[in-house]
Ligand binder design. Structure first.
Ligand code: KG4
Ligand code: ZN
Length: 320
């Protein structure tokens, strides 16, 4: 199975066998391109995907040591994501599949993140509760089988990764800032500042107030003081996000009666979060952030669209 992923600012292709062995995982990140704008610029992302998608697919096939003739199907992210960016990957995947009369497997990006757990050498067996925390999404999912999930809760405003990125920007750490906060927080005191996270009803999240709390704290400090206490600010801010994520995930496990907990998505790379959930199943680090291996993995458990019916298939921006 060849997977293609272009929903945001990573152009990715991957090759996975039917039993979940990863033969190739190629990711071209556009982060540097968008850094000067402080966030992903959709039209810039689409154009870059257009330049990168063919070479990235070629490299994935080369690394896997397979040709198009060895593939059984082509998998591609259909949504949710940036519509222009998605269309580039979808069109490329359609063309590749069509050229070989192969079936196409349209994949939900969120299902892809969950399916990063279904790969060798330790494929996770449902049922489990899954925290999916990325730059675009923060969701609690109930996973009963490998073909999908039910949503238990989600963020009412910012995603957890977005909270990391906005905090990083306030602390002058550049974009995307999750990993930078993670690094800096190791040198700081997580109890130095108290940043409360709003508790909303049910199993939902809210992170927008936290970002405002950091903004006010930074504004009330002298610039030298901010400079001097940057690590404490990062550590305290990270502590608040991680605490909210862990609390709600444990609540979800209790409510559903499911004992197994899994964490996926870009924020699952966070070292404090990984440390706070020692018994959780964690996606391997290189599969936490966006990649196409997870898309090919999800495709193994998704309906296939036979040749050539998929040529009219559209991408979708939101999960609706
Ligand atoms: O899953 P992902 O690559 O893209 C989306 O689907 O959104 O997640 C990217 C997000 C960014 O917000 C980034 O800051 C965050 O994951 N991230 C981290 C870490 N590494 C990446 N957040 C906290 N700690 C990290 N180590
Ligand atoms: Zn993602």
């Amino acid at each position: 199975m060849l997977g293609v992923e272009t929903s945001c600012d990573e152009t990715a292709a991957g090759v996975v066998t039917g039993d979940g062995r990863v033969l190739a995982n190629v990711v071209a990140s556009q982060a540097d391109l968008h850094a000067r704008y402080g966030g992903v610029v959709p039209e810039v992302a689409s154009r870059r995907h257009l330049e990168l998608v063919a070479p990235v697919v070629t490299e994935a096939l080369e690394r896997a040591n397979v040709g198009l003739e060895d593939l059984d199907a082509v998998a591609v992210t259909r949504g949710p994501g940036l519509i222009g960016a998605l269309l580039v990957g979808l069109s490329a995947a359609k063309a590749l599949a069509w050229s070989r009369r192969l079936p196409l497997v349209p994949v939900n990006h969120l299902h892809g993140h969950v399916a990063s757990l279904y790969l060798q050498p330790d494929p996770l067996e449902p049922p489990f509760v899954c925290l999916l925390a990325s730059g675009g999404h923060t969701l609690l999912l109930e996973v009963r089988d490998r073909s999908g999930f039910d949503v238990l809760g989600s963020t009412l405003d910012d995603a957890a990764g977005e909270a990391f990125d906005k905090g990083a920007r306030l602390l002058g750490l550049g974009y995307p800032g999750g990993a930078a906060i993670d690094r800096l927080a190791r040198e700081g005191d997580p109890e130095a500042f108290s940043f409360p996270v709003a508790r909303v009803p049910g199993l939902d999240f809210s992170f927008s107030g936290l970002k405002t709390a950091l903004l006010y704290t930074v504004r009330d400090l002298e610039p030298e003081e901010v400079e001097h206490r940057r690590a404490d600010l990062a550590a305290s801010y990270q502590r608040a996000i991680v605490r909210a994520l862990v609390e709600r995930t444990l609540e979800a496990a209790e409510k559903t009666g499911l004992e197994r907990i899994a964490v996926v998505g870009g924020v699952a790379a966070n070292s404090e979060l990984r440390g706070a959930m020692p018994d959780a199943a964690l996606a391997p680090l290189e599969l936490c952030t966006d990649n196409a291996v997870m898309i090919a993995s999800a495709a193994r458990f998704s309906p296939t669209v036979p040749y050539p019916g998929y040529l009219a298939l559209d991408a979708y921006a939101t999960a609706a």
